[in-house]
Write a protein that binds this ligand. Structure first.
Ligand code: GDP
Ligand code: MG
Length: 180
């Protein structure tokens, strides 16, 4: 006998996840979100003071992830991002630009900021963006991996421009949520 459609829906587990993006200005945070959101669902754009919120629903087999992806709006200086940005955040994506050493050096401070202002058990990932600019690379993949190991988080290299590995970041997040 066929299962009614609405009964299928009821068995799906719903997960609400708040994801924040941090990192120096110009590393590609906004483009990473744009690339990810535009590819999957409609991007409802809610502009607020200090950050933008992009709500996205992702359906995977028996689960529905309701994502709230928060993007900073020109406030990427330590201590300048309002506390509310970090509040109840389940995940933080720390982004640096592989062609910009300074942005890599800032990673540790962003990590500490998330630890101190984010949720107690906040899940973090490190992202080295702009790998399409390989000839301008200043931070090697090894360095990225080494730092991520030190911090005890995963490392991904991406290109928002080429659409490379962007989905991988979010899939890792879903997997980590799945384990809870
Ligand atoms: P944000 O300040 O961290 O939000 O950075 P944006 O997303 O605004 O990007 C800053 C600049 O870097 C813009 O000019 C983007 O077009 C560019 N950019 C972002 N991601 C990439 C990428 O993967 N490759 C290249 N070549 N440029 C990128
Ligand atoms: Mg931005």
């Amino acid at each position: 006998m066929e299962t009614p459609k609405n009964e299928e829906k009821i068995t799906k587990k719903h997960y609400g996840i708040k994801i924040i993006l941090v990192g120096d200005t110009n590393v590609g945070k906004t483009q990473i979100i744009r690339r990810y959101v535009d590819k999957t669902f409609d991007d409802i754009y809610v502009s607020t003071i200090g950050y933008d919120l992009k709500p996205v629903n992702i359906e995977l087999e028996d689960k529905i992830f309701k994502l709230s992806i928060y993007d900073t709006v020109g406030q990427e200086k330590f201590r300048s991002i309002i506390r509310g940005y970090f509040k109840n955040s389940a995940c933080a994506i720390i982004v640096f630009d592989i062609t910009n050493e300074q942005s890599f050096e800032s990673v540790k401070q962003w990590f500490e900021e998330c630890k101190s202002l984010g949720s107690k058990d906040i899940h973090m990932v490190l992202v080295g963006n702009k790998i399409d600019l390989e000839d301008k690379r200043k931070v090697s993949e090894e360095e990225g991996n080494k730092l991520a190991d030190e911090l005890g988080i995963n490392y991904f290299e991406t290109s928002a421009k080429a659409g490379k590995n962007i989905e991988t970041i979010f899939n890792e997040i879903y997997e980590s949520i799945n384990k809870i």
